[in-house]
Structure formats: C-alpha cells, structure tokens
Design a binder for this molecule. Structure first.
Ligand SMILES: NC(=O)c1ccc[n+]([C@@H]2O[C@H](COP(=O)([O-])OP(=O)(O)OC[C@H]3O[C@@H](n4cnc5c(N)ncnc54)[C@H](OP(=O)(O)O)[C@@H]3O)[C@@H](O)[C@H]2O)c1
Length: 254
C-alpha cells in the first residue's frame, strides 16, 4: 500500500475532523473514529472521500483497550501501515475552579481514562504499524489548560499535564523509529466549548480570550490541523515537544 495512513481519534467533529480532512487533502488515507454518534462521522468520511482518500470509519471508545486493539487490527488488515496517529479524542467535566466539591474521584478516573490512558492504549496498540515506516509520528492533542491552570476543570487540566509528561516519556521510549509530540491549543471554535458552556458563557469566554491573547483572536480547528500536519508528517528532527497554538494567550498582550 503506497498511500500513507493517518488515524485520528475523535474525528467526527472539531479538531479531529479538520485534521482528518487536511491529511485526506494531502493524499493520505484516513481513519475516522468516534464513540457515540455515527452521523457526523459519516459526513466527515464523505468529505474525506471527496478529497480523494480511502476512509475507514471505526466506532471505538479509546478508554477501552479492547477497542484500541480492535482499531489497530482493522487498520492493519485494511492497509497494513499507520504513518501518523493523532490522539485527539478527549473528555472533560465543566466545573468552576473554586468548586473543589464539584469533582469526584470518579470524575478524575473518567477524564484520565480518555485523555491519558486512552492516548496510551492507542499508542501501544499502533506501535507495530507505526514502526513499519520509520519517521512516523504520534501527535497528542493536549491543551494550554495544562500549563495555565485554566480551562473546564482541575481534573481536565491535570489530565492534560499528565499527557504532556507522557509525551516526553513515549518520545524517549519509541525513538528512533517513532516521533511523539503534543499540541497545546488555546480556545478553539468547536462544539466542545459551545456545548459545555452554553451560548452566553461561550460568547463571553471568546471575548475574554481575545482581550488577553497577544494575537487578540481565538483559534480555528484548521489552525490545529495545520500544526498536527507539520508535527505528524514533517518535523523529522522534533520529538518530545509541546507546541502551543494559543494565539499568544500564555505570553499575554502587552
Ligand atoms: N475546543 C477547545 O477549545 C480545545 C482546547 C484545547 C484542547 N482541546 C482538545 O482537543 C480535542 C478535541 O476537542 P474538540 O474541541 O475538537 O471536541 P469536539 O468537537 O467535541 O469533538 C470531540 C470528538 O471526540 C470524540 N470522542 C469523545 N470521546 C471519545 C472516546 N472516548 N473515544 C473516541 N472518540 C471520542 C467525539 O465523538 P463521539 O462523541 O461520537 O464519541 C468527537 O468526534 C480534545 O482532546 C480537547 O481536550 C480542545
């Protein structure tokens, strides 16, 4: 199989969908993954096919190791390779920072189950396929929440901090054949925050973000897809890195 293969978890919406479409546009085959709603996955898959890609749609919950191994087996038998894995699927619970009683141990387990353990299980399941063509890449979608102490909840920011640490460990473990990097997006215009916050709080968050970030803007899913394309398909000498795509939120405006 000559065409390269990109597997994007959580690619029926938002950042994952934009990333799958960018790889498809560049001549790659793509896997569209979701865990609940097949309808948007089918729509994204159709767009990728229109761009010329062969597409597998796989329903799988990445917090289940069996599902991760099944996904790798399906990709292996269809195409026999994976060149880039984007660990994008994420989970959170929206709890105000000061509301310490708003988060239970179960909430932490659920969020870590997807954001940390899910990314680990996916990477482990895909290592044999990623190793077939050295120079392959894993891209973990973290969040600027992990370094700024802001975002949907403390459990979420902690899980993304763990993902950052895991990125460095996996980069060392999987070299020299596989590069492992992470992206820390700022506020990205996707259903994630729109659904989580509701229309009024979402609009206020966007305005607040623009007022603080050096570039005075929020981020589009396509901006993150661009970064995932570079870290996954290019960046031959970069591994173990965390790339902020936050429109300058961390450095703030003058
Ligand atoms: N939007 C932001 O402002 C922002 C900022 C920083 C970081 N991020 C990160 O970016 C990633 C994507 O976020 P987004 O904004 O693009 O979200 P989104 O538009 O809500 O899309 C989430 C995707 O993940 C899938 N998904 C959820 N749980 C899954 C699971 N257990 N297994 C497989 N797929 C699953 C969803 O499909 P189903 O519901 O059908 O499973 C959907 O395809 C997340 O890791 C998030 O933490 C987002």
């Amino acid at each position: 199989m000559d065409r390269k293969v990109c597997v994007v978890t959580g690619s029926s919406s938002g950042i994952g969908a934009a990333t799958a479409k960018l790889f498809a546009k560049n001549g790659w085959n793509v896997v569209i993954n979701f865990s609940r709603d097949a309808t948007p996955a089918q729509a994204v898959a159709q767009e990728c096919r229109t761009l010329g890609a062969e597409v597998l749609i796989i329903k799988a919950d990445i917090s289940s190791d069996d599902d991760c191994r099944r996904m790798a087996a399906e990709v292996g038998s269809a195409w026999g390779r994976t060149d880039v894995l984007v660990n994008n699927a994420g989970a959170t619970k929206f709890v105000a920072l000061k509301d310490l009683d708003g988060l239970s141990a179960d909430d932490f387990h659920t969020i870590y189950g997807v954001n940390v353990i899910g990314a680990y299980q996916m990477t482990r399941a895909f290592v044999p396929l990623l190793k077939k063509h050295p120079g392959s890449g894993v891209v973990n979608i973290s969040s600027v929440a992990s370094i700024m102490g802001l975002g949907s909840s403390i459990a979420y920011m902690a899980s993304k901090g763990a993902l950052n640490a895991m990125t460095v460990g996996l980069a060392r473990a999987l070299g020299p054949e596989i590069r492992v990097n992470a992206i820390a997006p700022g506020l990205v215009e996707t259903p994630w925050l729109q659904n989580g916050l509701g229309p009024e709080r979402y609009a206020a968050s966007v305005e607040n973000y623009k007022s603080r970030a050096a570039l005075e803007t929020v981020i589009s899913p396509e901006d993150i897809a661009d970064a995932a394309w570079w870290l996954g398909a290019g960046a031959a000498k970069t591994t173990g890195e965390l790339l902020l795509v936050d429109a300058g939120l961390r450095i703030t405006k003058a």
